[in-house]
Ligand binder design. Structure first.
Ligand code: 2NE
Length: 276
């Protein structure tokens, strides 16, 4: 697969190829732990992919170190070496938990997001893969939360949505014991969609992406919003409602309201059918 390098960043890589955007966290020396800058760049890259009408699927992954497959990482969560009081401290010296904004963006970006889990998905990195629509993992990948060991926790998607995926008992086990789970165990508990040999990971993810790219983007968008509506409360309903508004705006009926306002006349909605 040939990738075109897109917008330049410092701690991530943005590439595209035939309708796919691949976003790679590029801090392999720290197992792809994220800083406020990493998160800001990820947020920007997801926005670039969202706004690019030629992009239909987004892949999120971590940069490989190039050593043993077992040592590679998808993301090891927040960079503990720059954790200050009240959050992670970047170049501006402001402590941030901006990964929570990124979680929300991954959730609402109206295109399927695939987590290409090339290795450790730990802590806040594990939550990022949870939030992706689909997860495909290398056989050597490992999964787990560490919050209660390192003095942190994720009470939002990392708890409630994890429980929606694997069930309450398993989710509590994952958080209360801080164990690591193999890719095979992750598959068994429904945490990932497929496990493949490390060398085949990107090919497999691109193949799944290509299958989705052949389908109706609007139907996929509305399915994503529908799944979110069932789990995300009023925010999820608002997303589905926003998509309904988008479709309504393209109708002659909605345009009649807009045009009547601009033309300073009373709108004529009698011409439109009232479907059963
Ligand atoms: C990921 C894991 C299990 C890998 O273990 P191993 O043995 O393969 O590698 P090692 O030697 O631990 O790590 C390699 C280098 O990467 C650094 C390490 O410190 C080490 O560098 P040196 O010290 O030798 O120079 N590194 C790895 N993870 C890092 C991290 N997260 N921050 C800074 N440096 C890191 C193992 O490394 C591990 O358990 N890492 C920590 C995972 C963790 O606890 N993450 C934070 C969870 S809390 C969170 O992410 C969070 C949240 O809960 C709520 C909101 C926002 C964030």
């Amino acid at each position: 697969r040939v990738w075109q390098v897109g917008k330049a960043y410092r701690e991530i890589i943005y590439e595209t190829s035939n309708g796919i955007a691949k976003i790679t966290i590029n801090r392999p020396d720290r197992r792809n732990a994220f800083t406020p800058l990493t998160v800001n760049e990820l947020y920007d890259a997801f926005t670039v992919a969202r706004d690019d009408a030629s992009i239909g699927v987004i892949i999120l992954t971590g940069k490989n170190h190039g050593g043993r497959h077992e040592d590679e990482a998808f993301c090891s969560g927040g960079d503990q070496k720059i954790r200050g009081n009240g959050g992670y401290v970047g170049e501006d010296n402001i402590p941030r938990l901006n990964v929570l904004d990124l979680q929300r963006l991954i959730r609402i970006v109206p295109k399927p997001v695939i987590a290409m889990v090339n290795g450790y998905a730990i802590g806040g990195g594990h939550v990022l893969h949870i939030l992706c629509d689909l997860s495909i993992a290398a056989e050597t990948a490992k999964f787990g939360q560490t919050g209660p060991r390192v003095g942190s926790f994720d009470a939002g998607y990392g708890a409630g949505y994890l429980a929606a995926i694997v069930g309450q008992k398993k989710a509590r086990e994952i958080w209360y014991l801080c164990r690591q789970y193999s890719a095979a165990e992750a598959l068994e508990m429904g945490l990932v969609n497929k496990v493949v040999p490390f060398e085949q990971l990107e090919e497999e993810c691109c193949s799944w992406a290509d299958e989705m790219l052949a389908l109706s983007p609007t139907a996929l968008r509305l399915m994503k919003a529908s799944f979110n509506a069932a789990t995300d409360g009023l925010a999820g309903i608002a997303q589905l409602g926003g998509d309904a508004t988008l479709l309504y705006y393209t109708s002659d009926e909605a345009k009649e309201g807009r045009d009547a306002f601009k033309e300073k006349r009373v709108p004529d909605f009698t011409q439109f059918p009232k479907f059963p």
